[in-house]
Design a protein around this ligand. Structure first.
Ligand code: AMP
Length: 456
């Protein structure tokens, strides 16, 4: 038998028993976040505020799917980055080209086309997550929430005013003060086309002075060059032709009516000729809410405007539309920066401490919950051999009661169980509370006693 070649011989050490592989740990995907309490309650409260404001003005809730046929978005946003570059597209198991929604206006128009509501204008509000494959940073995420509304089927400029006023009051109602409302008119399609030609010609004449990004944007959508934040582009943008000088009489009248409406409602708007929106379908009024409390790269809290042709592009009849979307994440960041709209208090009212291991404490907790008292209780630390929960010590349960933030504890031990009663112990002893020390209460009076203790 030949000698083993020492250079290829395997080490002869005894093999270590293989360690079980640790399961891979996952975190939320890049650009997404888990929202935990109390921030999650704050978000819900914000959406509720918006819902209340919209419903007070006759908008009804519309819930659409989070994904649609890819065409719904590509038909309406062929010239926007949101659709061309940032969309989460996928093929489903049936081979259909789909996309996670990057915004909701297209879905609303698709729903309008599908259901053809009999009563016009159709006023709807919505809320929910949107998906864009963006470069994440503070205030810019790949999944983010929006609230918004749309009105379909009316050209009335007062609907533009109503939408703007509603958003304005919503922001102000949250406590935001460092807010600017920018408005502009994009005119009709033909007026805008004439302007875009003039703008493209002007920008092309200054191509050498534009930033590389702006020069690229110019090829795709000259209007978007006006959005450039780069300093080298600013002098050229400042000298560019103005859209307002291309507007026809009807566009001017429409815009003046909107401005007069905002003035009548006491809402201060700044006319901003540079405010253009990328979608080809935008016309006439366009607006944006900008905060001065955040960096300029995330200062847009919401925006919208009038659009035409979206419903038609999706196979519906010619239909006018106006609406806006507000970014929930950014609005909350602005609230943080201004120190307003705190998270609602989520503390419990009552905590049930039960050392008997019976079902008595559970029944009491349920009775309190039925009476609207926010109640939690302690749970077994371990199981007995028979498989039942072994109650934790009084001390451990009281610690849990204190940590819960509850105002009052209901204590149950063998004495209470036998007497058909419970002991009520105030946990947050204000000056008046110290005079009501813990006391035993018969079961049939317990709920009333807890409510009284809570001052209800
Ligand atoms: P848009 O649909 O692009 O007009 O955006 C409307 C609002 O949604 C913006 O003003 C932002 O407040 C918010 N928003 C847009 N994109 C993002 C994003 N990637 N992350 C967080 N918020 C966003």
């Amino acid at each position: 038998m030949p000698e083993p070649d020492p250079s290829t011989a395997q080490p002869t050490e005894p093999a270590q028993p293989a360690r079980p592989a640790r399961p891979e740990r996952f975190t939320a995907p890049i650009g997404t976040r888990d929202v935990l309490s109390p921030e999650s309650e704050r978000r819900r409260a914000l959406v509720q505020r918006f819902a209340d404001a919209a419903e007070l003005a006759g908008y009804r809730h519309l819930a659409t799917p989070m994904f649609e046929d890819l065409g719904v978005f590509t038909r309406v946003g062929a010239s926007t980055d949101v659709v061309t570059k940032e969309m989460y597209e996928f093929t489903d198991k049936g081979g259909r080209a789909m996309a996670l929604r990057p915004e909701l206006t297209a879905s609303v128009c698709r729903a309008f086309t599908e259901h053809r509501p009999a009563v016009l204008p159709w006023k709807v509000w919505y809320s929910g997550p949107q998906f864009r494959y963006e470069k994440p940073q503070k205030g810019r995420y790949r999944q983010f929430d929006q609230v918004g509304l749309e009105t379909l089927g009316s050209e009335d400029p007062d609907l533009d005013t109503e939408a703007i006023a509603l958003a304005w009051r919503f922001f102000r109602g949250l406590g935001l003060r460092r807010l600017r409302l920018l408005v502009n008119s994009l005119g009709e399609a033909a007026e805008r086309a004439a302007y875009v030609d003039a703008l493209a010609a002007y920008l092309s004449n200054h191509l050498g002075d534009l930033s590389e990004q702006a020069a690229t944007t110019l090829q795709r959508n000259p209007l978007r060059v006006l959005d450039s934040k780069r300093s080298e582009d600013q002098p050229i943008i400042a000298g560019a032709p103005q859209l307002s000088s291309f507007l026809g009489l009807a566009s001017v009248t429409h815009f003046e009516r909107v401005l007069a409406g905002l003035d009548a409602l006491g809402i201060e708007a700044e006319v901003s000729p540079k405010l253009v929106r990328g979608l080809d379908y935008y016309r006439r009024t366009t607006f944006e809410f900008a905060t001065e409390a955040l960096d300029s790269s995330q200062n847009a809290l919401g925006g919208g405007g009038r659009y035409d042709g979206l419903v038609e592009a999706l196979g519906g009849p010619p239909t006018a539309g106006v609406g806006f979307a507000i970014g929930v994440d950014r609005t909350l960041l602005a609230c943080d920066a201004e120190g307003v709209f705190d998270a609602p208090t989520t503390a419990l009212d009552c905590f049930v401490v039960d050392t008997t291991g019976s079902l008595y404490g559970f029944e009491i907790a349920e009775a309190l919950r039925r009476a609207g008292v926010a109640t939690d209780r302690s749970w077994a630390g371990e199981l007995t051999e028979a498989g039942l929960g072994r109650p934790r010590s009084m001390k451990a349960q009281m610690k849990a009661a204190d940590r819960s933030g509850a105002q009052v504890a209901v204590l149950i031990g063998p004495d209470e169980l036998e007497a058909g009663a419970a002991t009520l112990r105030p946990l947050r002893g204000g000056p008046d509370r110290s005079e009501t020390p813990q006391r035993q209460v018969p079961l049939d009076q317990l709920v009333a006693a807890v409510l009284a203790e809570l001052g209800r």
